[in-house]
Design a protein around this ligand. Sequence first.
Ligand SMILES: *[C@@H]1O[C@H](CO)[C@@H](O)[C@H](O)[C@H]1NC(C)=O
Ligand SMILES: *[C@@H]1O[C@H](CO)[C@@H](O)[C@H](O)[C@H]1NC(C)=O
Ligand SMILES: *[C@@H]1O[C@H](CO)[C@@H](O)[C@H](O)[C@H]1NC(C)=O
Ligand SMILES: *[C@@H]1O[C@H](CO)[C@@H](O)[C@H](O)[C@H]1NC(C)=O
Ligand SMILES: [Zn+2]
Length: 425
Amino acid sequence: MANIIMLMCFVILLATLEHTLAGAIDTTKPYSENPTVQKFQEYLQIDTSRPENIEQAVEFWRREAEALGLPFAVYSPGGRPVVVMTYEGANSSLPSIMLNSHMDVVEAVPEDWIYPPFSAYMDDEGKIYGRGAQDDKDISIEYIEAIRTLKENNITLQRTIHMTLMPDEETGGFDGMVPFARSEDFKRLNVGFALDEGLPTTDDTLIVTNVDKRPWQMEFTIRGVAGHGSSMQGMDTAAVKLRRLLDVIMEFREDQMKISDSLEKDDGSFTSVNVNIVQGGIATNIVPSEFRLVVDMRLAITAKASDMDEMISSWIMATGANTTVKFIRKVEESPATAVDDSNPYWVALQEAACEMNMTLSAILCPATSDMVQLRLLGIPALGFSPKPRTTNRVHGVNEYLSATTLMNGVDVYVRLLKKLGNLPL
Ligand SMILES: *[C@@H]1O[C@H](CO)[C@@H](O)[C@H](O)[C@H]1NC(C)=O
Ligand SMILES: *[C@@H]1O[C@H](CO)[C@@H](O)[C@H](O)[C@H]1NC(C)=O
Ligand SMILES: *[C@@H]1O[C@H](CO)[C@@H](O)[C@H](O)[C@H]1NC(C)=O
Ligand SMILES: *[C@@H]1O[C@H](CO)[C@@H](O)[C@H](O)[C@H]1NC(C)=O
Ligand SMILES: [Zn+2]
């Protein structure tokens, strides 16, 4: 079996070595003069942790589309801009390939960083620092540079490629992917397969995520008997009930930790649960009538939604009367995309990795991405970012990407698009 794969890989390699594409890494120039690196820096310098700056990112992409002569559209299904740039294929009856990423980034505290988080400073080793360098402005630039390379080399693909950019992935996609995936504008894109952000790896294996955990984020309101701070109001105060609620949640958490700590650790095998906000109280000398507790759960793959609902009801029962729960986010279903020979897109991805002497490993995404929305529509969608030999700094301080990784990433997508874009029906 291994021999067959090696042989296949070798044949493909010979076929692709025939021509080297323009856009490959030019080693004669320093990275600071490389247009791909400069574009990445320019994009990183837009502080899209602030929603009001998303419009600047939209303008950045409008300029890119104009420079390449790509059709450009902005939709606002939830009141915020969703950008679609299109590289038209030769056969419009074939389903398209979607390359998704998001324009927004999480916040950064400048004092914690060695270089300002929106400076896009490149050091002597070619590390480019900036919020979004790994999550996920890198792939956006790699996508567009791969399309540029194809275009400059007069390579027309059979399938249309849509590069999509979302305004609010980090806050749940409620004004972006969630309404967009349900819109007629999205339907018209006729998406057959989608790629979205993935995770970096420290070695040469590239990770592909094919299923996301289901987020259940909820707010409990616990009401009890109020009174003077010096009085003893019995066992019906909000604080007593809060303690009961915390006890049952922590008991469940300990059980899940045992599963997560066990030898055959797999992120899908346990439900993560964390109490992330506790609020309440008005004064030192008043027994408050109310506490608020916010809990973030990400369900195990095998967890049944009905069982989880029952468990949450039992938690409420345990607190005594007058506790209510409100869901902030509740994804009941999160289908998986096949990662075997039944999925031609996965096979194409593997072939491209094989050509680059890289191995792919399919895993579950421990968090939740915009891809859930696409998979719910029956569209195969995989999370993938070619970031090998990269320390994970996603959402962390001093987030950076090496210029070499960025340039290699362009090459990966060029190879990948040539395969995905020419897949027959
Ligand atoms: C692409 O096509 C244009 C117009 O036909 C031509 O001028 C150019 O040399 C071609 N580029 C490559 C890399 O073949
Ligand atoms: C629940 O709230 C109602 C209305 O405020 C109150 O009468 C009742 O005593 C409360 N029960 C408990 C157990 O706190
Ligand atoms: C992959 O490895 C083979 C054999 O070691 C080598 O000939 C080839 O150049 C490598 N390909 C790439 C893209 O690095
Ligand atoms: C376009 O793709 C469809 C579906 O695979 C195929 O039937 C048709 O022949 C193709 N058209 C052209 C012009 O290649
Ligand atoms: Zn991201």
